[in-house]
Design a binder for this molecule. Structure first.
Ligand SMILES: [Zn+2]
Length: 249
């Protein structure tokens, strides 16, 4: 998984510059670390340590969680995340334990870059978590197209050469879909389906515009867009014979 690999690298760098650790944490080798998504804690800018003792079965799965240190608004999300951690399997049947530290730094990072890590590791069991900045101070309601003499200028579809219509559509904020590095046949098949969709989008129906992507800084909830009716019809026809993807979900 790309994120884990990158966070591990950042963690090594952090070890070099932060030799003093918040908490002695330890346990079996970590295969997958899930970062807690604590929306209420983000809004409240909670900072502090959450320490969780987990028991681990022979396959490396978490079977129980016990909080040894808590912070407000972090319990449910931390528990949900801790249950998804995966550890190295063991030859022996006895139950193993690990201590996981989630250090909520209270910092926020606003970023448009999906690649920028918001959480880093101090060690494999100690996660330092920053919040993604999603708010902007003065949200406007509508992102408008540029006007010329008070009018929205005419624009034609590059594929169909039709004059395009204008309508108001939702803006979708959030991270673009990350390509998984999971090599399962199902993942490959889905990835190929999306690649085919975007290729068709580019050449056959570039001006569908049922919604637009807005990055991860939330601004206006809606936007004026041009769209081409023939593009929308071409997209619908294409999706009928390629049911694996649905960009409008
Ligand atoms: Zn068109």
């Amino acid at each position: 998984m790309r994120w884990t690999r990158m966070a591990g690298f950042v963690g090594l760098v952090l070890l070099a510059i932060h030799p003093a650790r918040a908490q002695q944490t330890e346990g079996p080798a970590v295969i997958h670390a899930e970062v807690p998504a604590c929306e209420l804690a983000r809004r409240a800018r909670v900072s502090g340590l959450v320490l969780i003792r987990v028991t681990i079965d022979q396959q490396g799965k978490v079977t129980s969680t016990t909080f040894e240190h808590e912070q407000p608004f972090t319990k449910e999300c931390s528990e949900t995340a801790a249950e998804k951690w995966l550890f190295a399997p063991s030859d022996r049947a006895e139950t193993r334990e690990a201590h996981l530290s989630f250090i909520f730094t209270g910092e926020t990072k606003g970023t448009d870059e999906a690649s920028q890590a918001l959480s880093t590791f101090d060690d494999p069991w100690t996660l330092r978590i920053a919040y993604r900045e999603l708010e902007i101070l003065q949200p406007r309601q509508l992102r408008q197209l540029p006007r010329e003499n008070g009018e929205i200028p005419e624009k034609r579809c590059p594929v169909h050469d039709e004059v395009m219509a204008v309508e108001v559509v939702p803006v979708r904020y959030g991270l673009p879909m990350l390509y998984s590095e999971d090599d399962s046949p199902e993942e490959k098949r889905l990835q190929a389906a999306w690649d085919a969709y975007w290729k068709a989008h580019e050449t056959l129906f570039p001006e569908v515009n049922r919604f637009i992507g807005g990055g991860c800084i939330v601004q206006e909830p809606k936007a004026e867009v041009y769209y081409c009716q023939s593009c929308r019809e071409a997209e619908r026809a294409w999706l009928e014979i390629h049911p694996d993807v649905d960009p409008n979900q």
